[in-house]
Design a protein around this ligand. Sequence first.
Ligand code: TXA
Ligand code: MG
Length: 330
Amino acid sequence: MSEISTDKAKDIQNAVALLKKGDVIGLPTETVYGLAGDVFNESAVHKIFAIKQRPFFDPLIVHVAAIEDVNKLVENVPEGARVLMRAFWPGPLTLILPKKKVVSDLVTSGLTTVGVRWPNHPVAQAVIREFGSPLAAPSANLFGRTSPTTAKHVRDEFGGAVTVIDGGPCAVGLESTVVSVTTRETGTEVLIHRPGAVTAQMIRAAFLRAGQTADVREQESEVAPGHLKHHYMPKIPLIIVPEAFAIEGGAATLTDKLKLPAWRPVELKLHPQPELAARKLYSDLRDIEMSGATLIYVRRPYVIPSELWAAVWNRLEKAASHDLSRSLAN
Ligand code: TXA
Ligand code: MG
């Protein structure tokens, strides 16, 4: 990541002044842009929910700029969580931890836990440090919609209602991996509630390096609506089709199935490298949406070759209105 320029320093000062007034700002992180506000200011937290049109049952995650900051938010940190902080912070990993009373129920939707993350982006870190306190920040998109990976995406989503700091395009492009860590008599158990760039394999390796073992499993939780069936959705239908689907030959079947009269389908072509596919995913979805297309389709490979690919497909499956990859033979 580059050094912060004088211009950027002014943007950061301006953003910190807004945060001190209880406003919210668009904040670049390495995963996606966040809609950030003072976690300890109830009215700022209210604004986040209002601007996003987010239901109050979906908890916010909180961003810090040092491991010590976690103590401002959390009762106690299990040893297993410390292993993960040391291995992956700053980075795309959110830890669900027991919250302190000072963290309001509004932030956590009444849960006794709070999600905490130290983002790996110089602008996010500078804003949190200058502000001097943790920031609540969900992804900066309307509830249920595609996450933003550029400052322009945030402006397109909220117009002039939100001041955004431009920190360039996000390097990761997928939201952070969300995990909870429990210490059991038999050892540490890590549950992955949302897959992301920090994978189960990487988590297992981190425990091994620390001389420990951990049982690491995926378990999408119902308490976290990011895990609802539909999420991350573009404004036009996204259809998953089988890998070998021939759109010309298959068009009749598609129009038939979807009852779409005049339509202009555009294929979302994923980059063959998973890191780049993840980075470009939301940008490409938004570009196609703006291009006048009426439908997006994407080919699902028969085999999902890696955990990062699985994270990309986790988002696509939730963003899709229809998944024809299993039902349509071509
Ligand atoms: O990469 C990211 O995580 C981005 C950037 C801005 O940091 N943020 C983000 O926030 O994706 P959001 O709110 O869009 O997604 C956070 C997810 C939601 O699905 C929420 O339900 C879940 O984390 N979550 C938050 N607090 C939780 C908790 N205490 N227990 C379980 N899930 C929680
Ligand atoms: Mg989100």
